[in-house]
Design a protein around this ligand. Structure first.
Ligand code: SD4
Length: 334
């Protein structure tokens, strides 16, 4: 349904903060209480899906299939990022991903729903769709994250088949890299990296997914931000959702995605929230010229925003009116 006008009961967090500050003043408290419960007319744009980089266009198509048939945001994000994971031509996610410096493809992924359920796998090998294993961790175990051999054993137990993820192209690229074996993670050059996806469904629920083969030629055993709830992805159904792409270490250091959601809770727009955390990343890294990070945020009203450290980050958008790429604003022009 197009742009339905919704009457939302908004517990605007700005008002809540004022309420707290003035709790000792009875009259002001009562006034603010009234504000907090005010019914306001907000146009909610749903369903909507946003995802990182150009590969997000194809991934969004699969997600839109689910969303436009009134499916859940959770099913949509899983279906969406599976497309990228299974694309052998994409050298940064799932099958065909560039290996670590020992020539081994290791995958990280996580998923989170509107009830704050979440699941993740890290350092997983030989499984084409880690996002679906992450969902199984969420749904079939009391845990949030499984890693390495244990994650693989769990996946096989759940019926996932082992596959050789190192394609000829990725192997060739690795062999080329091995000639100098210079450890210099490359981000943002070829404009296709981790896929992070956020969706708001017809019911008004948010979910997100994030999946990657991580930094090319990373140290064996290295895990980035992408499978870490709060870093590569965070969803709070009361407020919004955020996901990250880029140098995972910088995202983990700043609790990136959780921070973006918290800033939206405090009243920032999705773009303002992303921009603020990008600013923190810049101020905390002396070698920022070598670090690209991009965030996407989506709030409960279906408003989205994105921001990058450097130019070049873009996101794919699909809603009832649009199917397009959007260039993110950025702080530093490389
Ligand atoms: C990582 N954040 O493993 C991932 C890599 C990435 O865009 O997103 N590249 O650090």
């Amino acid at each position: 349904m197009k742009n339905r006008r919704q009457f939302l009961k908004v517990s605007a967090l700005g008002s809540v903060a004022v309420l707290t500050n003035t709790a000792c003043n009875g009259q002001e408290s009562a006034d603010n209480q009234k504000d907090t419960n005010e019914i306001i007319n907000i146009e909610v744009k749903k369903p909507i899906v946003v995802s990182t980089w150009n590969h997000g266009m194809d991934a969004n198509k699969a997600a839109w299939e689910v969303l436009s048939n009134k499916g859940s945001a959770l099913d949509a994000v899983e279906a969406g990022v599976r497309v990228t994971e299974s694309d052998a031509d994409n050298m940064s996610v799932g099958l065909g991903g560039l290996p670590d410096r020992d020539g081994i493809v290791t995958l990280d992924a996580c998923i989170m729903d509107h009830k704050s359920n979440c699941g993740a796998v890290a350092f997983l090998q030989n499984i084409e769709n880690p996002i679906s294993v992450a969902r199984k961790v969420m749904e079939d175990t009391p845990h949030v994250m499984l890693a390495g051999e244990g994650a693989l054993m769990f996946a096989k137990d759940k019926g996932f088949k082992e596959t050789n993820l190192l394609t000829d192209n990725a192997k060739k690229a690795w062999e080329e890299w091995m000639k100098d074996a210079e450890y210099k993670p490359v981000i943002n050059i070829e404009n296709h990296d981790t896929i992070g996806m956020l969706a708001l469904d017809e019911e008004g629920n948010l979910s997100g997914a994030c999946t990657t083969s991580g930094l090319a030629y990373k140290m064996h055993g290295r895990v980035g931000d992408s499978p870490i709830i709060g870093a590569g992805l965070f969803v709070d159904n009361e407020v919004g959702a955020a996901c990250a792409t880029g140098v995972g270490e910088a995202v983990i250091r700043t609790a990136g995605s959780a921070m973006v959601v918290e800033l939206m809770r405090q009243g920032k727009t999705p773009e303002e929230a992303c921009k603020e955390v990008i600013g923190r990343i810049i101020s905390k890294h002396e070698n920022i010229e070598n670090i690209q990070v991009g965030f996407i945020a989506l709030n409960k009203n279906g408003e989205f925003g994105c921001y990058g450290v450097h130019s070049g980050f873009n996101i794919a958008l699909r809603d009832n009116e649009n199917e397009k790429m959007v260039d993110a604003k950025f702080e530093l022009n490389k």
